[in-house]
Design a protein around this ligand. Structure first.
Ligand code: PAF
Length: 284
């Protein structure tokens, strides 16, 4: 694997059907699973490692976001990436860069309601990175479900020629979704964070038992003690919930200063799946 700093270096290193895994670094096993999925497409795999300033709001964690290029390189290489693209800010946003990609009203809902401009920053950097890397596929984790849906729409609406692929969430044995931000949690925070998958587990259990209406599902899902930003039920495309169609339950909350998000897909054709996915496992 090579570490590229410029788009020219990326383009010189890979040709053909490139699969792209955009990341902000601080890689963990969840990212490694995205890279392995990308490798499975058979072409070269480029992983970007860029902490994008335009998707952080004032007072968010841009400055302290974990940065560890050597650790990232080791994880990306072990997972089979061909290129780790770690550009400087002016490679992504050169002097005179003024364009932004607005992902539409869904970008202001859910996480966008408390992070104004966040998804505009994500859509802009991802579109720019596509331009620099030239992929035919891009792999995003389902953990960031709203991001995945929005990036699919952006690719479709702007006819970018990139197929957006969603990858399953990787979890700790107690169900906590892997996230770069988990490393902010101290021991007490880590214990409290386990409540996030526990809430989704309760909801998935109620779904498996036949509850479908939002009020019934919520009644079975206590969130006491959680600093909840939202717990919402939507259809799988993030439109209004329809009890007869595949749905997604999405949660965002704070554990101390750390913001955690998670979600689970609820499929009427396979109502037990969500509960299985979230079941706590024996530690390895
Ligand atoms: O999910 C992330 O890590 C970021 O939002 C992304 C897609 C790499 C854009 O900066």
């Amino acid at each position: 694997m090579i570490i590229a700093r410029t788009a020219d270096e990326v383009r010189a290193a890979v040709t053909g059907e490139v699969a792209f895994v955009p990341t902000m670094g601080a890689l963990h096993e969840g990212h490694a699973s995205l890279v392995r999925l990308a490798v499975g497409f058979g072409g070269p795999v480029v992983v970007s490692d860029f902490v994008n300033p335009t998707q952080f709001g004032p007072g968010e964690d841009f400055e302290r976001y974990p940065r560890d290029l050597d650790g990232d390189a080791a994880i990306a290489a072990a997972a089979g990436a061909d290129v780790l693209f770690a550009p400087a800010v002016d490679e992504v946003y050169p002097a005179g860069f003024e364009t932004a990609v607005d992902p539409g009203p869904l970008g202001d809902e859910l996480c966008g309601a408390t992070r104004p401009g966040h998804f505009r920053g994500v859509a802009t950097v991802v579109t720019r990175l596509y331009g620099l890397v030239g992929p035919t596929r891009a792999v995003f984790g389902r953990k960031d479900y709203q991001q995945l849906i929005l990036m699919r729409r952006v690719a479709r609406d702007l006819a970018l020629g990139v197929e957006v692929v969603g990858a399953p969430t990787v979890r700790e044995p107690d169900g906590l979704a892997l996230s770069s931000r988990n490393r902010y949690l101290d021991a007490a925070g880590r214990e409290r964070a386990a409540q996030v998958p526990a809430v989704l587990r309760a909801l998935a259990g109620a779904y498996a038992d036949g509850a479908r209406a939002e009020a019934d599902l919520r009644a079975e899902t206590p969130t006491d003690g959680l600093d909840l930003e939202y717990l919402e039920l939507r259809d799988a495309e993030l439109g209004p919930h329809d009890p007869d169609r595949p749905a997604v339950a999405l949660i965002a909350c704070r554990v101390g200063a750390t913001r955690l998000i998670d979600n689970v897909l609820l499929d009427p054709a396979d109502p037990d799946r969500a509960a299985h996915e979230l079941a706590a496992k024996e530690p390895a």
